[in-house]
Write a protein that binds this ligand. Sequence first.
Ligand code: ADP
Ligand code: MG
Length: 274
Amino acid sequence: EGELPRPGRRRVLTVANQKGGVGKTTSTVNLAAALALHGLKTLVVDLDPQGNASTALDVDHRSGTPSIYEVLIGEVTLADAAQPTEQSPNLFCVPATIDLAGAEIELVSMASRESRLKEAISSEILNEIGVDYVFIDCPPSLGLLTVNAMVAAQEVLIPIQCEYYALEGLGQLLSNIELVQQHLNRELHVSTILLTMYDGRTKLADQVTNEVRNHFGDTVLKTVIPRSVKVSEAPGYGQTVLAYDPGSRGAMSYVDAAKEIAERGAQLERGSTP
Ligand code: ADP
Ligand code: MG
């Protein structure tokens, strides 16, 4: 497949929504795989103690494996914790082990507790490896781990499930983003909203889609991810849907969404509006 534009500067996207089950992890691994398969070196950082992104990418994440936990407490570098994946030679993952479950509390008493991930990500080593994209998969909460992700990123990607109550709780997420923007990371902004689990057979899905588009305008990707059994089956095989069933609607929609993300970035770099 064709190449996508390489960003002039590494893009770091935090995938956040404090609601669970909205498609954060699914979107993280599939968007990252799509970019990697189109020639862009991409790193997934699993920041959820449940380790779902690590499972989906089939990387070792037993307790004791060098993981994002050891990175946050300063024992290993991000590059040392990064593992290659079977999905693409361009796709790497820093896994999360169950050890991360205690980090939310351990971090409280640590120096520069909000910016430990940022320090790890902005290290020279990532420049040397030439990573184009970093996706940070957040836990379903707005605690210190998610704050670390927001401080480390330039962009927030919010997946929104096309369901009842889709917008509920978003206000809280947006005001947290604003707080981080004001106090810790002036560059942070919501660059991308991705509608997930769209079921075209229901009127509700269209209502939610319209509501989100009215509210967020061009931030919402044109591509909508359909609800698809293939998408939900893939992680059980340690695969992204792009590897599991490349021709499926789910796989193709994640490729389209990744293209939009890459092309918008390139347009912004050229100084025009998308
Ligand atoms: P989160 O990380 O926000 O908690 P997940 O990405 O783990 O959400 O998704 C929640 C559940 O929904 C998972 O079981 C996942 O396989 C399933 N899922 C996600 N996206 C889709 C989709 N497009 N179609 C069908 N199932 C999906
Ligand atoms: Mg998740």
